[in-house]
Design a protein around this ligand. Structure first.
Ligand code: APR
Length: 230
């Protein structure tokens, strides 16, 4: 029976693939105001601006490749029952080969009607989402993204996964945004919690096994250290 390894990832795991993080210097939130492009109010006030913001990020996504951090996590599926829980809206975990990926904050490559976040449509590669793009009922489509202030429907299944983890690994997140950041505290007592980040990350816990490195190097070091847990 393989041990269950749950990986909670954030923007940092995609940084080496060329995708900006949010809160590092030169991050996305230095170029755009969150309230303008990542809230329902922003979308209501200027839907074309918001659709363009996500169209630009989606176009960029198709110029990026998974890095060794994504691929290293996918490779761990040989030894462990791996569940990825990501705050990222890119599809790099899937493209690296991870087979179980739970997106807390939605997915760039998907859309939903403005009145029903559970009716999800794929946006084919190379296609933009524009005003006038509707579902069969004629209702405008919006990015399938959880904006600030909106419900995070996948948080309940995510908590269930973390509560069953034998090993928890946190990679590339500043743990600023809840409820995602709160997942850290659902790991069963006594289970190892690794945290991979080139910077210090405040966790409120003293038992964290820090790996101070970027995702590619960090996942390589993690894989070595896990040989004693397998
Ligand atoms: N490898 C690993 N971690 C890295 C790397 C790297 N190469 N480069 C930067 N990091 C770390 C940073 O040190 C930081 O701790 O990644 C983290 C990025 O933090 P944020 O930019 O805050 O991204 P994230 O934690 O994913 O943001 C959470 O906020 O804006 C919302 O919905 C958005 O999902 C996002 C959420």
């Amino acid at each position: 029976m393989k041990k269950k390894l749950v990986a909670l990832t954030g923007a940092g795991i995609s940084a080496e693939s060329g995708i900006s993080t949010f809160r590092d210097s030169n991050g996305l939130w230095e170029k755009y105001r969150v309230e303008d492009v990542a809230t329902p109010e922003g979308f209501a006030a200027n839907p074309a601006l918001v659709l363009d913001f996500y169209n630009q990020r989606r176009r960029q996504l198709y110029t990026c490749e998974p890095n060794q951090g994504h691929r290293g996590l996918a490779a761990l599926e040989k030894e462990f029952d791996v569940q990825i829980i990501t705050q990222n809206v890119d599809n790099l975990h899937e493209r690296a080969g991870s087979t179980r990926v739970l997106h807390l904050h939605g997915e760039l490559t998907k859309a939903c009607p403005v009145d029903n976040p559970s009716a999800v449509y794929d946006i084919p590669p190379g296609v933009d989402l524009s005003l006038g793009d509707t579902d069969p009922r004629g209702v405008q489509l919006r990015p399938f993204i959880v904006w600030f202030g909106e419900a995070v429907p996948m948080i309940a299944p995510a908590i269930e996964e973390v509560e069953k983890a034998d090993i928890l690994v946190v990679i590339g997140t500043s743990l600023h945004v809840y409820p995602a950041a709160g997942l850290l505290h659902y790991a069963p007592n006594g289970r190892p919690v690794f945290l991979i980040d080139p910077k210090e990350v405040a966790t409120g816990r003293r038992d964290i096994l820090f790996i101070r490195a970027g995702a590619s190097e960090g996942v390589k070091q993690l894989t070595q250290r896990l040989k004693t847990f397998g």
